[in-house]
Design a protein around this ligand. Structure first.
Ligand code: ZN
Length: 246
């Protein structure tokens, strides 16, 4: 049998692909730990059951697969035809029988992995457009998927925690969120201290100012709060509302 490996030789990209495969395994393990009747239970996302989360993660893999195909063929295939179509698809997926829902998720993530694996070096730099309308090189899809599988595993609310997520993912996530607040001008004057990651310095629009609203905690607690999943693990600022980031 021929060994199947990533066609890219870019070491940094290969390490991101490794991370996303670990994340996908983590996500799948949490899904598999749920009995069929537990799929009907609430997730951490308002208004969504676990079924909605699983359907969303499955359809997200299909949507990202379309971007990989776009980069490889030059034929424009957007992630979703519209935000409404995306939401309708999730609502539909959530009604599937448990077996079909699990199959959708598993099959979609395998397909995405195969498409990535077979993408030649050059196509990784072709530009595609995300669901938010950003134009990015195909390499960005690996990060987008990393974000999805790690965070939504936590959203299943059956034991995955922010402290299970690799620091590399939490670091990039936090930088992205703080950057989005700055871009949208939604930071109300925060001064954020990450106790176990001095490389950040202070974050937020009031960094270094005594008048800022202090939020302080370790990287996983700050990332949890910043992503809108509760501030109860923070050392300071547990009640500070997090600005929207997505
Ligand atoms: Zn998502």
């Amino acid at each position: 049998m021929v060994a199947r490996e990533d066609l890219t030789t870019d070491e940094q990209l290969k390490s991101q692909l490794l991370l996303v495969r670990r994340g996908t395994a983590f996500w799948s393990r949490k899904v598999n730990e749920l009995a069929d009747d537990e799929l009907d239970g609430a997730s951490l996302l308002p208004g969504w059951t676990r079924r909605h989360v699983i359907a969303h993660v499955g359809y997200n893999a299909r949507a990202l697969t379309r971007l990989v195909q776009w980069a490889n063929t030059g034929v424009e295939t957007p992630m979703y035809s519209s935000p409404a179509a995306r939401n309708e698809e999730i609502a539909y997926g959530a009604t599937l029988p448990a077996r079909a829902l699990r199959h959708l998720d598993a099959h979609a993530s395998v397909s995405l992995n195969v498409e990535w694996r077979d993408t030649p070096e050059e196509a990784w730099h072709h530009e595609v457009r995300t669901a938010q309308g950003r134009t990015v090189p195909l390499t960005e899809t690996v990060w987008l998927r990393n974000r999805e599988v790690w965070l939504h595993a936590i959203d299943l609310d059956n034991g995955a925690r922010f402290s299970d997520v690799p620091r590399e993912v939490l670091t990039r996530l936090l930088r992205e969120i703080v950057g989005a607040w700055a871009a949208k001008d939604t930071d109300p004057g925060l001064r954020i201290q990450v106790t176990d990651a001095p490389e950040f310095g202070e974050l937020g629009t009031a960094a270094g100012q005594d008048t800022g609203t202090l939020v302080r905690g370790d990287l996983s607690a700050v990332a949890q709060w910043a992503s809108g999943r509760g501030g109860h693990r923070l050392q300071a600022g547990a009640d500070v509302p997090n600005p929207r980031w997505i």
